[in-house]
Design a protein around this ligand. Structure first.
Ligand code: UD2
Ligand code: MN
Length: 604
């Protein structure tokens, strides 16, 4: 490039000083250069495009941005927003099946894009299911999907004759016809017949017309697909139990009604479930709620929960990551399951007490089941070799009879009071609205199960199953850390678990979980959602808790010091009261912006 400019400069100079012939010659030379340059650029462009097309389309896909965190992981499963089932849509619109597949649409798990005017009507219909129903109705219920498994998973061989058989149980309430049927068809298309005993659909009192006779007609000619109907809206626990009670397979395999399974999905689940001590989950991939594109989710994730008992995906422990890299096709343990997709030997499911029938509609049953499994001698695991896509929704599309808060709180209250011991007190103390309905829950029979099975306590669970947890304990300090100038250390409200730059926030009350921190023996300052205060480049930040030594803050009198001896400082910002000013580690001085008051708050 430099040489090229030099030449041009020379040519211009010569143009100005010499005769006409020479001018023409110079012009020709410039032209030749320009043509060459253009040719070079086109060649580069061509090569880039050619190379891009070498990889299958889905390898170039990025994780969906807005509700997936920096590591590509969906942060929240389900949302606590109650249903607006269709708003102003006509009855005819709501009750009719508009499935009309278009050749090739969505094949291979590709996204379906709509035209501008179609997007408008799709948006109006979105609230019906909280996913793009216009797109779903265009994709064949038999669509193809890529084999999502890793090389090492594809190499595993299974002895089909000796695997236990499965009853696949799919519960639904007012699901779209096309997504429900695509779930069913994907199972039929991709499960060896020797392994699939039956598919049991359980209709949880849907009132959409197309889920009546039209659905029955659709499954009539399919092998071993049955439908059960609950006449009252019971919720997913009641509905799954209905299915489990009639299941004839060795293994119960639960799926949500908006899933698509991929090649080889069932074998690893059944092989592991055969061992009778495990609840085994597939690796859950993402089906876009907008385009229905099938997208890989991050390779390693495990399930856990926040202080408020919201389910969260987190990075597995170092130990799990090391084992995974040694044995990439081996199932790995997880503190909790997302809840919708798992397999378990029928005998184990019932031996451990099925589900808590007192849990209504939606929520908390996944945590209850996970705690029960671990505490009562079984395990919860994820197998990376079984890949199932699921439409994660931003809102719940259906109604919560009695109100979302009441439904969720009563389910959470049940799970916490049976399994969490001291940590139930922690949960109730900081969630008074849940505590208010605790006593109206009768959980005697569930406590009986815990006793009869001689289950371990929650302390054991935290220490052994999830030692990286960020809950307070008797060994950890818990409370508020206030700067001498005003303002407290805390995470500014934002997307859960995402972290960001650290500033001081207002100190709030003793019941304000957002202001309260765990300070560990090794010097980590932890907030809810597993965020730790870390000294970043020039500024303190909230980051996922790791082994990084930049997350260690040693308490030296009223100061918090990094390992290289810098003091946590409330930077002099624009504020008068110290609130909103940035935090960072600086040379220690005689400065009250480096003085911190540890105000202990009893955590239970
Ligand atoms: C997640 C789980 C879900 C369940 C839930 C907590 C995944 C992928 N999904 O939320 O299975 O464990 O957390 O409760 O792990 N349904 C009924 N009756 C109802 C409500 C729901 O049959 O009253 C059905 C619904 O149609 C769906 C399934 O239950 O097939 C799960 O509901 P969801 O998809 O709304 O839950 P999700 O995925 O947000
Ligand atoms: Mn779901």
């Amino acid at each position: 490039m430099f040489e090229f400019t030099m030449v041009i400069k020379k040519q211009i100079r010569s143009l100005m000083c010499r005769g006409r012939k020479k001018k023409i010659a110079s012009l020709v030379i410039i032209l030749i250069f320009l043509i060459n340059a253009m040719f070079y650029v086109s060649l580069e462009l061509y090569n880039t495009i050619k190379n891009r097309n070498k990889d299958p389309w889905y390898k170039s896909l990025r994780y969906e941005k807005d509700y997936v965190d920096k590591m590509g992981m969906r942060v929240i499963v389900g949302h606590y927003v109650g249903g607006n089932s269709g708003g102003n849509l006509s009855q005819e619109m709501i009750n009719t099946n508009h499935y009309a597949p278009i050749d090739g649409a969505g094949e291979g798990g590709r996204p379906v894009q709509l035209l501008q005017r179609e997007i408008i009507s799709a948006r109006d219909l979105y609230s019906l299911h909280s996913y793009n129903i216009v797109v779903s109705d265009r994709i064949s219920i038999n669509r193809s999907l890529p084999d999502m498994r890793s090389e090492s998973c594809r190499r595993v061989e299974y002895d089909l004759e000796n695997l236990p058989t499965a009853s696949v149980i799919i519960v639904f309430h007012n699901e779209a016809w096309s997504t429900l049927m695509r779930t069913v068809m994907s199972v039929l298309l991709r499960s060896p017949t020797v392994l699939l005993k039956e598919i049991i659909l359980v209709d949880d009192a849907s009132d959409r017309k197309y889920l009546g006779k039209e659905l029955e007609d659709a499954i009539e000619n399919l092998n071993n697909v049955k439908i059960l109907r609950s006449h009252n809206r019971t919720g997913l626990v009641g509905a799954r139990l209905m299915g489990a009670r009639i299941a004839v397979g060795d293994v119960l395999l639960f799926l949500d009604a908006h899933c698509e399974v991929t090649q080889g999905w069932i074998e690893p689940l059944l092989e592991r479930a055969g061992s009778d001590d495990v609840f085994i989950c597939p690796h859950i991939d993402l089906l876009s709620d907008d385009t229905l594109a099938y997208t890989k989710s991050i390779d390693a994730h495990w399930g856990a929960f926040s202080w408020r008992l919201h389910f969260r995906w987190l990075m597995p422990s170092n130990e799990v990551m090391i084992n995974k890299s040694k044995n990439p096709s081996k199932p790995y343990p997880t503190p909790a399951m997302a809840g919708g997709l798992f397999a378990v030997r029928k005998s184990l499911f019932w031996r451990l007490g099925g589900y808590d029938e007192g849990m209504v509609i939606w929520g908390a049953e996944n945590l209850e089941l996970s705690w029960r499994a671990w505490q009562c001698g079984a395990r919860v695991e994820i197998t990376p070799c079984s890949r199932v896509g699921h439409i994660f929704r931003r809102h719940s599309p259906y109604k919560y009879p009695g109100g979302v808060a009441k439904v969720l709180n009563s389910n959470l209250a049940r799970a916490a009071s049976v399994w969490m011991d001291e940590w139930a007190d922690f949960f109730f103390k900081f969630n008074p609205s849940v505590a208010a309905i605790r006593d109206s829950q009768s959980v005697g029979d569930r406590i009986e199960i815990r006793k009869n099975l001689h289950c371990k306590n929650f302390k054991w669970y935290l220490e052994n199953v999830w030692p990286q947890h960020f809950f307070p304990t008797d060994e950890r300090w818990f409370g508020r850390i206030r700067n001498d100038k005003g303002g407290c250390i805390g995470v500014t409200a934002g997307t859960p678990g995402l972290g960001g730059p650290a500033s001081s926030i207002s100190c709030g009350s003793d019941l304000d979980l957002d202001r309260l921190l765990v300070y560990t023996v090794e010097g980590k300052v932890m907030a809810d959602e597993g965020l730790c205060l870390e000294q970043g480049n020039g500024r303190a930040v909230w980051k996922t808790c790791t082994e990084n030594i930049k997350q260690i803050w040693q308490q030296k009198g009223p100061r918090l010091k990094t390992l290289d001896g810098l003091c946590l400082t409330l930077v002099n910002g624009d504020s008068e009261d110290g609130i909103g000013d940035p935090l960072t580690a600086k040379r220690c001085l005689n400065d009250n912006r480096q003085i911190w008051h540890f105000e202990r708050v009893p955590w239970r």
